[in-house]
Design a binder for this molecule. Sequence first.
Ligand code: SF4
Length: 258
Amino acid sequence: MLRDLSPLRVVNQNPESLQVLTLSTTISRLKQHYGHLGPPPARGPFALVMWENACYLLPDERRREVFEALEKKVGMKPAAIARAPDSTLLPLAQRGGMRPETRVFRWREIARITLQQFNGDLNTILTRPYAEAKKALKQFPNIGEPGADKILLFCGMSSGLPLESNGLRVLVRLGWARAQKDYGRMYRDVQQNIASVLPHNPEALQQAFLLLREHGRVLCKDKNPHCNLCPLAEGCDYAAKTAATFLPPPRSKTLSSP
Ligand code: SF4
């Protein structure tokens, strides 16, 4: 369960005009709207690193297609990927978007690092302290700070709520930090401001991650968000500033979880 503490609204320009959405209410409303979202099909840190590297700038459906084809034709094991010929890997990588040769190179790198440094079993990082496990993951291609946090979250280890760009945009628009050009600073500001209201349960954090991401992808788009369809519009700073005319009049100052 998400803890239902008072929200920390740091950038609300006109607090009297808005109802206040706690983080738990935000997630509850998104869950009502989108339903319970399932995790990625990848299981364990090695498969999740491969999942992150399956595609480039393509939708989840294609990522799933490439990942599952690789799993079926080659196997989701480092030794199997290391010995697979290019004639097998390249056609699979071509389904994953631009620069398929680079993708094959990265798949081989992921296999090589796992074999050489972890004796072929990346699950061993899950017995290490969080910071060490995270450092180990950041050696792999395309895995930065939030990516490593996300992989560990889906392995049942959590240290806060990792956010990719969609989820971060939603929380910034709701007023959890100021929008700013410095992405890293904005990310840290949101993390700092939500830290005290996060649940401790990894499954609740996984669901929060998935729902915020989905909302950013489907309605709270970077350009022209569909605020008129949004279940969070009544408590949204961004909507209040940019599209206040369609908002219903405020009823009370705090919304309780449904
Ligand atoms: S009201 Fe608009 S800007 Fe605010 S969270 Fe919803 S879609 Fe995003």
